[in-house]
Ligand binder design. Structure first.
Ligand code: NDP
Length: 250
């Protein structure tokens, strides 16, 4: 059966788990060839093996997006290895929560480097390719935390607010080149993301929130939103998709 993305190539960062992994599978199911970036090479190689085994086309490229040359090598390697670059999903991200006062400032650097600089480096590498072909689509993962700030997530808020502001500025710059920009803003999704937090106060807050929400979003729910944005006709630019679990208050 024909897929909506047959013949297209999409590069996905943070494809070793959660939303990135689910997005790779969902895009491959629509016929896209997918390039997979993450630091955990074993995970993306296994995912590429699964997609290939199911009849798709996938290329795993071990990448730390905070290293500009690795980010560039990923994007250019996707084009060379898979024969084009129609989409880039800037999904790699970290969320290390806690109060500003007394925070580990290394956590701030990690969030800024992955959530902002990693996204910028990959975008910068993709733009000349998309500009030259007169089409392309960049999907940036923001968050509900890019719209609603909260005590304990100020720096994460800052990075996701940054993704929103950057994406709108970029959209206006590249629309004449036929390049579309989308931000996807998930609420609470059941992935590894929350598990990197070590502060007891944060872990308790996450548990409380999980209980209040009830049924959390699954990575596949966000993958479906990304597929929706990427499968619209060229004249339709889905700029923003906000998806919360039904039970999430804020
Ligand atoms: P996961 O922790 O499951 O996935 C994060 C991905 O980012 C992993 O594949 C990880 O791969 C990758 N990553 C982290 N650091 C780097 C790096 N330096 N270089 C390359 N890849 C990196 O979380 P999610 O799937 O939930 O998160 C995906 C995106 O969705 C993030 O941007 C997150 O902020 C956003 N989001 C998530 C929400 C949620 O509730 N889960 C809510 C709102 C937004 P590896 O460690 O192998 O490098």
């Amino acid at each position: 059966m024909a897929g909506k993305l047959d013949g297209q190539v999409v590069a996905i960062t943070g494809a070793s788990s959660g939303i990135g992994e689910a997005t790779a599978l969902a895009l491959a199911a629509e016929g896209a060839s997918v390039a997979l970036a993450a630091r955990r090479a074993d995970r993306i190689e296994a995912l590429a093996g699964k997609i290939t085994g199911d009849g798709g086309k996938a290329l795993a490229i071990e990448t730390d997006v905070t290293d500009e040359s690795q980010a560039r090598a990923f994007v250019e390697g996707a084009k060379e290895g898979l024969g084009g670059l129609d989409g880039l999903v800037n999904n790699a991200g970290v969320m290390l929560l806690g109060p500003v006062a007394g925070a580990e400032t290394d956590d701030w650097r990690r969030m800024i480097e992955v959530n902002l600089l990693g996204l910028l480096y990959c975008t910068h590498a993709a733009l000349p390719i998309m500009g030259a072909q007169g089409s392309g689509h960049i999907v940036n993962l923001s968050s509900v935390a890019g719209r609603m700030a909260a005590a304990g997530s100020a720096v994460y808020n800052m990075t996701k607010w940054g993704v929103g502001g950057f994406s709108e500025g970029l959209r206006q710059e590249v629309l004449h080149a036929g390049v579309r920009v989308t931000i996807v803003e998930p609420g609470f999704v059941d992935t590894e993301l929350q598990g990197h937090n070590e502060l007891e106060i944060v872990k308790d807050g996450i548990k409380k929130m999980e209980k209040q929400i009830g049924d959390l979003l699954q990575a596949e729910d966000i993958a479906a939103a990304i597929v929706y944005a990427l499968t619209q006709p060229q004249h339709v630019s889905v700029n923003e998709v906000l998806v919360r679990p039904t039970g999430q208050q804020r």
